[in-house]
Design a protein around this ligand. Structure first.
Ligand SMILES: Nc1ncnc2c1ncn2[C@@H]1O[C@H](COP(=O)(O)OP(=O)(O)OP(=O)(O)O)[C@@H](O)[C@H]1O
Length: 329
């Protein structure tokens, strides 16, 4: 296994993609009164090596299903997936060795110390004692001085970091974090973000699921948005945000009008009520002087102006609404 920490980008033997999923499909069988659930619908997703990739979606979108298939915890119904160039069906052992998963729940045995827990985990993964990096991993996650403390005495933040440490014992080049900051306070969230960025800086490819748009925006260089088991957008964070470079300006006029007056023909504009117009424009433009001069030509007197910025939340809503209507993003 190639060492993730410090893995050089230039190494020609490293794969271009940390994860490649093609046509990944999952239907959970019906159980009791619950009907069958088509949770993943032929998902194609590639995660470039070295990226900090966010899988964003509302509850029940299929995020956990996707990562649990990669982790070997859920059997897929169709499609293929490769982790670090190893097929999860045909090279199962290598694929598993290439991935570390930090689950949502903090399942830590309170009667072990962090050192013991990592040693145990390394044993489970068959890492020979001489290859274990227990102290190094604890240091990397800021837990050196807690190495010999009982886990029950650790703070919530330390426990989260210990979960990350556990997922790193076999030195996987790909680390998956399932909702890493769900229910975590703001200060702790910032700490975890810093830690995740540092791991990524050291060469670990990170895939995280979240339903916090702010988290994806702050941390991730690429984002895929998943809804009802379908990927509805996948792009660099910057490109997604550019799509959001969208502002709305509403001007209320003293006069009423029946249709959008002619001088506003050059704008993307709609009439709202008897007296107001709503303009859509790119945040990078500043159309207000032109709009006001058009208002002058139309003989209208502005009496109120409001603006709204579109953010990731809006695009997310737009896209997910589109998906409800059966459209593809
Ligand atoms: N073991 C299972 N059996 C049946 N249905 C399941 C099972 N696990 C998940 N599902 C269903 O599959 C769909 C996708 O669930 P999944 O947990 O992958 O979503 P998610 O995006 O991770 O949501 P969350 O953020 O709530 O964890 C949901 O409708 C869920 O109820």
């Amino acid at each position: 296994m190639t060492s993730a920490v410090g893995a050089a980008d230039k190494n020609p033997h490293l794969p271009d993609f940390a994860v490649e999923a093609v046509g990944l499909d999952k239907t959970y069988a019906a159980a009791g009164k619950q009907g069958a659930k088509h949770a993943l619908k032929t998902v194609d997703l590639t995660i470039p090596r070295g990226s900090l990739f966010g899988l964003l979606g509302p509850n029940g979108a299929g995020k956990s299903t996707f990562i649990n298939i990669l982790a070997g915890l859920v059997n897929k119904s169709g499609g293929t997936a490769r982790i670090w160039d190893c097929d999860i069906d045909r090279q199962t052992r290598q694929a598993r060795a290439a991935i570390g998963v930090v689950p949502q729940e903090l399942n830590i045995d309170p009667f072990f110390t962090p050192f013991e827990l990592l040693e145990l985990q390394a044993g489970l993964y068959g890492v020979p004692p001489r290859e274990r990096r227990t102290l190094e991993i604890l240091a990397m996650l800021g837990l050196s001085d807690k190495a010999k403390a009982y886990a029950r005495t650790l703070s919530g933040g330390m426990r989260r970091r210990l979960m990350v440490a556990k997922a790193m014992v076999h030195n996987p080049p790909v680390l998956v974090l399932d909702e890493p900051t769900a229910g975590v306070d703001i200060e702790l969230r910032q700490q975890l973000w810093a830690q995740v960025k540092e791991l990524n800086r050291r060469g670990v490819t990170i895939l995280l699921t979240t339903h916090y748009l702010e988290e994806a925006e702050e941390l991730c260089d690429r984002i895929a948005i998943i809804n009802h088991g379908e990927v509805i957008a996948c792009d660099t964070t910057q490109a997604l945000l550019r799509k959001l470079d969208n502002k709305t300006l509403t001007i209320t006029f003293a006069e009423s009008f029946e249709a959008v007056p002619k001088p506003f023909a050059e704008f993307s504009v709609e009439k709202v009520g008897e007296h107001a117009l709503r303009f859509q424009y790119r945040a990078s433009e500043s159309p207000l002087p032109r709009i006001l001069s058009a208002a002058g030509s139309a003989g209208l007197t502005p009496v109120d102006v409001t603006t709204e910025e579109t953010d990731l939340e809006d695009i997310f809503l737009q896209l997910t609404r589109g998906a409800h209507a059966g459209a593809q993003g």
